[in-house]
Design a protein around this ligand. Structure first.
Ligand SMILES: *[C@@H]1O[C@H](CO)[C@@H](O)[C@H](O)[C@H]1NC(C)=O
Ligand SMILES: *[C@@H]1O[C@H](CO)[C@@H](O)[C@H](O)[C@H]1NC(C)=O
Length: 427
């Protein structure tokens, strides 16, 4: 009896100590991840360009006439100064991988965040958040998650920077965000039933609280990411203004639903090569190829995210105008070529040729980051015995974002600590 009580006490104490420890860790983490105090930085004009070589007189090496027909302009310089506005739940991890490889190939300087993998999202971007930032420095690429803050970005990047971004059908995006972030949005905790998404959409105004912690994940997340107010009424003039400012700022707005076409437009806008576009779909969710929304839910999700829907339709229009300008037939050919090259790489690099569930990924270096409370994000196994010529490229193409960031020299200790805590409490 006494022994049993002793044991109970001991386990209670253990629980208490562990609980206290975890709470302290959480508080510490929260303090560290809260926005920093911004010292006012001196204003130094940014350079015109941060390319190593002056642009005009460099041409793509030896393109002969038989290759020239591929919609290539025969003389242009790859643009290396790029701002990629990474939106949430929009296949942007795949695009980031492309940018990382491009940056390494051209030895470009990235403007990375410090200690974590975003720029203190959701607080608006400040250039003081950039790792090792000093006024007047040259950066080529910025591509980590941020809440867009145009004046501040403009004070960081050279004047010739190309701004690009990517959008996704807002109904699908909402579903994905609800699934991925739902648990970190406290207002979802009180939603009854198994199918919280359906219940939420039944009466979103009842459940939604614009002041709620992290609530932006559940309404017009795209518009929010661009630094705008996601809770405006659709007919508020600031909605139009916001869309106009994005139109003016971004040279290219890609669409997840037409990912290959988007990449071809990217190649065209930045004068890149087909080789630069090769990709494997990273950070994809199990069964994500089929929509989880019924037509009724989809309609409700679009109504609820009306600003994002307007934004998406606007840029869907401009997207197809760009495709027309590029040439529909040319586009078709180039997309087919890109798909063929990607399939070729998949056969070379990927064990089994396709993504697998987290439990079946052998190397920890290939484990993607998982949403809280589950393991739904798929990953890959690198094939054994990949020939030497492809080994490095395969590895990089398959590497999840956090591992790649670490390899590029970003210290992610806050993100890692958070990961370890989750491992310990099995969350
Ligand atoms: C031109 O391109 C074709 C196809 O890529 C290649 O076979 C040929 O050797 C090239 N010719 C020259 C002169 O580079
Ligand atoms: C996007 O534009 C295309 C071409 O104009 C059109 O067929 C398609 O329905 C549009 N999609 C959406 C979601 O508006």
């Amino acid at each position: 009896m006494i022994v049993k009580q002793g044991r109970q006490w001991r386990s209670m104490c253990k629980g208490l100590v562990l609980g206290t420890l975890l709470t302290s860790c959480m508080i510490l983490l929260y303090c560290l991840s809260a926005p920093q105090v911004h010292l006012s930085l001196p204003e130094v004009p940014v350079p015109y360009s941060c390319a190593h070589r002056p642009a005009q007189f460099h041409s793509i090496p030896a393109i002969n006439n038989s290759q020239k027909t591929r919609g290539q302009k025969s003389v242009c310089t790859p643009k290396v100064d790029v701002m990629f506005m990474k939106t949430h739940k929009t296949a942007s991890s795949t695009l980031i991988n492309i940018l990382f490889r491009f940056g390494e190939k051209h030895r470009l300087k990235f403007a990375f965040p410090d200690s974590r993998n975003d720029f203190f999202y959701p607080s608006p971007f400040q250039r003081s958040q950039v790792k090792d930032y000093k006024p007047g420095m040259c950066f080529n690429i910025i591509c980590n998650h941020m809440r867009f803050n145009p004046p501040e970005v403009a004070k960081l990047l050279p004047m010739d920077t190309s701004y690009i971004t990517i959008l996704r059908d807002p109904a699908e995006l909402f579903e994905s965000s609800f699934h991925y972030f739902g648990r970190v949005v406290p207002l979802t905790w009180k939603i009854p039933g198994e199918d919280k998404l359906t219940e939420f959409l039944r009466d979103p105004h009842y459940y939604f609280d614009p002041e709620g912690f992290n609530s932006f994940y559940l309404k017009n997340l795209l518009f929010f990411d661009f630094g705008q107010d996601n809770t405006l009424e659709l007919d508020d003039p600031r909605v139009e203004e916001g869309i106009r400012s994005i139109t003016d700022r971004f040279q290219l707005v890609m669409l997840v639903e037409y990912f290959e076409e988007s990449l071809i437009l990217l190649k065209d806008a930045l004068c890149w090569e087909m080789d630069d576009l090769l990709f494997f779909k990273l950070n994809a969710r199990k069964g994500s190829t089929v929509s989880k929304l019924t037509p009724e839910l989809r309609a409700k999700a679009l109504e609820w995210n009306a600003i994002d829907w307007k934004l998406y339709q606007h840029f869907n229009n401009t997207f197809w105008k760009k495709v027309d300008a590029y040439g529909r037939k040319q586009m078709e050919e180039d997309v087919a070529e890109l798909k063929r090259r990607n399939a070729e790489m998949a056969a070379i690099c990927i064990e089994g040729g396709h993504a697998v569930e987290a439990g079946n990924i052998q190397e920890t270096a290939m484990q993607p980051w998982q949403p809280i409370g589950e393991k739904s994000i798929m990953g890959y196994n690198l094939k054994k015995n990949v020939d030497k010529a492809h080994r490095k490229l395969c590895r990089k193409m398959l590497m999840p974002e956090l591992q790649y960031l670490t390899e590029l020299g970003v210290n992610l200790w806050i993100t890692r600590l958070w990961g370890h805590i989750r491992d310990i409490i099995n969350w």
